[in-house]
Write a protein that binds this ligand. Structure first.
Ligand code: GDP
Length: 203
């Protein structure tokens, strides 16, 4: 499958601002600066879709994009790609963390069509406390999570493999849960992640 169309739909800070309709949703979360905007742009092959910025921690809205996937000449699926605000920015304190949790919980509670959450973790460091907290929260809410290790081009192949093992370990992922290594810079992991998403949309 490949992406044949992607466009910005809406931004929301409250549930009544979420776009209407019954498209399946795939959400993306991660620490500020983890490479979430770059991954979304690379996944959709659309350089300017999500904002990439040098000032992390600024986007505090939930952004919705409409994305069309083509499986074959006959088979297409449209879904909403949901860009959730980044967490764990060094300068944000407890109050901001609480607000993030409330934001996310509100979205998760309001969204029966959410099929998958891709949690992004920087492959260059072991998962931080905020990563573990977010992962636990998603598990608690019973949502399916695909963990993605970002910026793997910054590591050697061996170090990237090691990073995946550490992430798996620190999050106590079950043995059969795949962590996808991803590089927005060279496209590593893109087809693997697209496969996971397209599979889930057909279920
Ligand atoms: P966000 O805050 O999570 O949306 O992160 P951005 O996508 O804005 O990326 C943060 C920084 O990391 C930017 O300077 C990007 O150029 C860089 N970056 C993001 N993804 C990659 C990647 O796959 N490889 C490399 N080398 N740099 C990346």
């Amino acid at each position: 499958p490949n992406v044949v169309g992607a466009r910005y739909l809406a931004s929301a800070v409250r549930a009544d601002q979420y776009p209407e309709g019954d498209f399946a949703e795939v959400a993306f979360i991660g620490r500020s600066n983890v490479g979430k905007s770059s991954l979304i742009n690379s996944l959709c092959r659309h350089g300017g879709l999500a904002r990439t910025s040098a000032t992390p921690g600024k986007t505090q809205t939930i952004n919705f994009y409409s994305v069309a996937l083509k499986y074959s000449e006959e088979e297409r699926r449209q879904f909403l790609l949901v860009d959730l605000p980044g967490y764990g920015y060094a300068r944000t304190g407890r109050a901001v963390r609480r607000q993030w949790t409330k934001f996310i919980d509100e979205y998760l509670a309001a969204s029966p069509r959410l099929k998958l959450i891709c949690q992004l973790i920087d492959s260059r460091h072991p998962p931080m406390d905020s990563d573990k907290e977010a992962f636990r929260r998603l598990a608690e809410l019973g949502r399916p999570v695909q963990v993605v290790a970002t910026k793997t081009d910054k590591l050697s192949r061996q170090a990237a493999r090691k990073s995946v093992a550490v992430i798996r370990d620190e999050l106590a992922l079950p043995g059969d849960a795949a962590v996808i290594g991803y590089s927005a810079a060279d496209g590593t992991g893109r087809s693997e992640l697209l496969d996971v998403i397209s599979h889930i949309l057909l279920e």
